[in-house]
Write a protein that binds this ligand. Structure first.
Ligand SMILES: *[C@@H]1O[C@H](CO)[C@@H](O)[C@H](O)[C@H]1NC(C)=O
Ligand SMILES: *[C@@H]1O[C@H](CO)[C@@H](O)[C@H](O)[C@H]1NC(C)=O
Ligand SMILES: *[C@@H]1O[C@H](CO)[C@@H](O)[C@H](O)[C@H]1NC(C)=O
Ligand SMILES: *[C@@H]1O[C@H](CO)[C@@H](O)[C@H](O)[C@H]1NC(C)=O
Ligand SMILES: *[C@@H]1O[C@H](CO)[C@@H](O)[C@H](O)[C@H]1NC(C)=O
Ligand SMILES: *[C@@H]1O[C@H](CO)[C@@H](O)[C@H](O)[C@H]1NC(C)=O
Ligand SMILES: *[C@@H]1O[C@H](CO)[C@@H](O)[C@H](O)[C@H]1NC(C)=O
Ligand SMILES: *[C@@H]1O[C@H](CO)[C@@H](O)[C@H](O)[C@H]1NC(C)=O
Length: 510
């Protein structure tokens, strides 16, 4: 019986490991100060850092539950922390190459210490990830319940990734803490030679460049949770909160009988199908489109270069030829592309393509806005005056000293507070259509999904009673803001990924 089960399971794993589904990656999830083998709301298993080989010499540190336990914030990894009164280093053995480092922080009092005294820096190798960082001040300014900071750093010529926490020396009684650490080894998908906006020389993002995620959007679609990603456990969020003004265009999705076909040499893990199968266009009316810019605005730190990766895929069946939909792309009011044509770039309809741009945001007062704007290219005399965007990623690039840290954000009194419930109905309904499209998107996909469902149903039936991870928490506090550090791990509204979530949960439990 056990053997049959394993065989069946291996078969399904085999299907799932087909490149169109998952990149087999190496992930470490450390629940700092917490219990071992606990699963989060996304079904991922976390291990404790207590007596962990990743946290040697932890004798001079404390562990503590959070004093205030906000029920809308995921229990794992946020409700426990490890506290450092002096410099402390986690050591992760990794393969040489690029890694995602995700740091999870929940603002609270720990071990009787004041939340505002937690001011610290975090470094890894030659890179400063955070400096003079206050979790409580940052979350208050941005109206977040918690923060996930994501970095992508390379480990060269070594097999150790060290992450060092240091309490601020400028403040007496300062301490450092962390609730969770996630390390994911990854192929280098971000090293690139990008157009430097406003300059004739390109900008090279080397494989040694460290990046911090500012924003990662599934444009015209809905949130994608880490297990819905292509094995790199990235969170993709709905773009709606970042759209400037009421001119928000039209969210579109691929018809259910359209297959999104990744071209040869285009790694499928660059972005999941869900990103390419939804988009935002300007709308059906030429003269309206002619008179506005479809605009997204992001709050960013000044004095850094920013890598802007734009994901495109023509998904409307009407658009199959060159010069049907041609548009300009502006980044910070400067022309990045004059005459973008997605079919021209990709070679056809339903084929993904992405383009990289770098913009320099000069030194200024703390935070500034980064603008990404689309406008029809009238000179090309294209069939329609329209524009399209499927996905968008923005990363801060390390400065010449290896630093990525900016100042703590200052609360803006009249900052817009976005009500997530006003957004959900729109993306929710688009989403269910999309769900169908993806499930029947390919024969392999269909077989795998159906097998998984049957398998899970049978398997679950056998194990009833013992299983608790299927109770994904209710849609909790959804951190939304104009600043890009949100993460919707705690949100239970990602319908598109539910099959993957279930499978992931089972994979880890078997
Ligand atoms: C994951 O990383 C560890 C430590 O470097 C290594 O021993 C292991 O082989 C890796 N696994 C995979 C699947 O890459
Ligand atoms: C990084 O780039 C250098 C030179 O550009 C190359 O020699 C090296 O193999 C690359 N390393 C990785 C891990 O890709
Ligand atoms: C990481 O820390 C260990 C122990 O402190 C040290 O031996 C090693 O040299 C460090 N490695 C790097 C790359 O900083
Ligand atoms: C998809 O369906 C539409 C109508 O439902 C049809 O017009 C179109 O030809 C179909 N496309 C493909 C690629 O089958
Ligand atoms: C871009 O233009 C808008 C509207 O004129 C303005 O508000 C904004 O400050 C400009 N941004 C930059 C970076 O110059
Ligand atoms: C669109 O943005 C560009 C660059 O910021 C600007 O020059 C242009 O006036 C804008 N067009 C409209 C219609 O707002
Ligand atoms: C990023 O940091 C590395 C290491 O300090 C440095 O060599 C590189 O020049 C930095 N990149 C930029 C764009 O300054
Ligand atoms: C550290 O952060 C605090 C609070 O944001 C700020 O008042 C202070 O000036 C910062 N110190 C340094 C050295 O950046």
């Amino acid at each position: 019986m056990k053997n049959t089960k394993n065989l069946c399971f291996s078969f399904i794993l085999l299907l799932l490991c087909h490149p169109s589904f998952l990149l087999a990656s190496n992930e470490t999830l450390l629940n700092c100060g917490g219990a071992t083998q606990t699963s989060d709301t996304d079904g991922r298993q976390w291990t404790s850092d207590i007596h962990s080989t990743f946290a040697p010499m932890a004798d001079n540190t404390l562990t503590s539950p959070a004093l205030t336990q906000d029920p809308s914030v995921p229990q794992v990894p946020f409700m426990t922390a490890r506290i450092f009164h002096s410099m402390f280093t986690y050591i992760f053995p990794v393969a040489s190459g690029r890694n995602f480092v995700r740091l999870y922080f929940y603002p609270s009092s720990y071990a009787g210490l004041s939340a505002s005294a937690a001011v610290f820096s975090v470094t890894t190798g030659p890179y400063t990830l955070l400096r003079n960082f206050s979790v409580s001040e940052t979350t208050q300014a941005l109206n977040y319940a918690f923060i996930v900071k994501e970095f992508s750093v390379s480990v060269v010529g070594s097999s150790l990734l060290n992450i060092t926490f240091t309490p601020s020396p400028k403040l007496s009684n300062s301490y450092a803490f962390v609730n969770g650490i996630e390390i994911v080894s990854m192929p280098d998908i971000y090293a690139t030679t990008a157009t430097l906006v406003g300059q004739s020389t390109p900008f090279v993002v080397a494989n040694s460049t460290a990046l911090e995620k500012v924003s990662r959007l599934n444009v015209g679609g809905s949130d994608i949770s880490p297990t819905g990603d292509t094995g790199l456990f990235r969170s993709w969020s709905d773009d709606f909160p970042y759209i400037f003004s009421a001119a928000n265009g039209v969210a579109i999705s691929a018809p259910s009988n359209m297959t999104i076909e990744y071209p040869p040499g285009f790694p499928n893990y660059v972005a999941p199908v869900h990103v390419y199968s939804t988009a935002r266009s300007m709308g059906p009316t030429d003269y309206v489109n002619h008179n506005y810019n479809l605009t997204w605005v992001f709050q960013i730190d000044s004095g850094f270069y920013y890598l802007v990766r734009l994901h495109f895929c023509e998904i409307q069946p009407l658009f199959t030829k060159i010069n049907q939909r041609v548009f300009n792309i502006f980044i910070n009011n400067q022309t990045a592309v004059d005459g973008a044509d997605v079919v021209g770039w990709a070679g056809g309809n339903g084929i993904p393509v992405y383009k990289d741009y770098v913009a320099y945001v000069p030194e200024g007062n703390g935070q500034q806005d980064l603008w990404v704007e689309l406008h029809p290219n009238v000179e090309s005399l294209s069939s329609w005056y329209d524009a399209i965007l499927n996905g968008l990623e923005i990363f801060k690039v390390n400065d010449s000293t290896g630093n990525l840290a900016g100042p703590n954000p200052i609360p803006v009194p009249k900052q817009e507070v976005i009500n997530p419930t006003a957004i959900n109905p729109v993306s929710g309904s688009e989403n269910s259509k999309n769900h169908t499209a993806i499930i029947i998107g390919g024969i392999l996909g269909g077989i795998a999904a159906v097998s998984c469902l049957i398998f899970l149903l049978v398997f679950r039936h056998h194990r009833q009673g013992k299983h608790s991870s299927s109770s994904y928490g209710p849609p909790g506090w959804l951190p939304l803001s104009l600043y890009g550090y949100s993460n919707s791990t705690g949100s239970g509204k990602t319908h598109t990924t539910s099959v993957m979530q279930l499978v992931q949960a089972e994979v880890e439990e078997v």
